[in-house]
Design a protein around this ligand. Sequence first.
Ligand code: FEO
Length: 396
Amino acid sequence: MSFKVNDKVTWVGKIDWELRKFHGDEYSTHRGSAYNSFLVRDEKIVLIDTVWQPFAKEFVANLKKEIDLNKIDYIIANHGEVDHTGALPELMKEIPNTPIYCTKNAVKSIKGQYHEDWNFVEVKTGDILDLGKNKITFIEAKMLHWPDTMFSYLDGDNILFSNDAFGQHYASEFMFNDLVDQSELYQEAIKYYANILTPFSKFVERKIEEILKLNIPIDLICPSHGVMWRDNPLQIVNQYMKWAKNFKENQITIIYDTMWNATRLMAENIAEGIKEVDPEANIKLFNSAHADKNDILTEVFKSKAIVVGSPTINKGILSSSASILEMIRGLEFKEKKAAVFGSYGWSGEALKMLTQLLKEAKFEIVQEGLNILWKPDEDGLTKCKEFGKNFGEAVK
Ligand code: FEO
């Protein structure tokens, strides 16, 4: 499959409808994904990015239907990660001397992964590849989301090939932002930002400011995953600016795990308490053992505060709580508040551990944790509601 993006640019990537896990098992992809690759035909012909390795043979076979591979003058690798360079080994068997334009860091990552010494041409911000009528300008985009990432900007057609930035793990045969369901698109875009780009928000902010200052026209943004932004393409740039600035809505997310429902009862009654004092707040509850972790992280991204609960087990916390807190730590959320709770039968160490983990994740702990012995009785449930009320007031 291939299709015309415009007269000059043809999409030659792969829509992966089956994908349900990405980055190993670390990222859920409920709606599949797409690995976008583009063939730009000017006086010179350039291929921008490839696809993930399992689709390498299919990619090269399809590309051959589109063009005689020997007519490709240049390859651009905007980013070295395998979902975009995975077809290079298969492709380079056919055109081994074709120059690959990429950053110095991308050379390191591509060589490190494929152990091949292809004809790399290192580029940096402002370097230009002249295609004849039009030019491609390279813009390094360090930490969006790897140190090797760059964007490529095609003048004349005013297309920004932004690689992972502005992408979504979203399979669609429509492939353009104006044709797809907007709530699905934005759900996948925010999940992608929350789970992949949050730790690099400062870099996102600076890079967008840098690009906006260049005052270059942008008529189309072609990320390397999901649909292309052709209708009001700057909408996603402006949205990224909002997300990059310690984004939060009036939302409180309660994340818990439970063994015999005591901690679940606590969670539900804490929610009741919060609701009493802040009926406007969007309160959401997730059992971290059952809910999708990346969906929970997206909700944490949207939250002004979180409450985390686990019963005590083996002098510690349940494994799903440990897992989600490790993911939360890695994403380096900013300016978010928290409190902890849990039930216990004997020793009750969970709260101390939850508090420690949240402090390491740089959450502000706004009140003492609530530990309830065994299952909460009426008095215990009242304590949970009071705890929720105090928390709701503290994070208002
Ligand atoms: Fe889509 Fe960082 O690779």
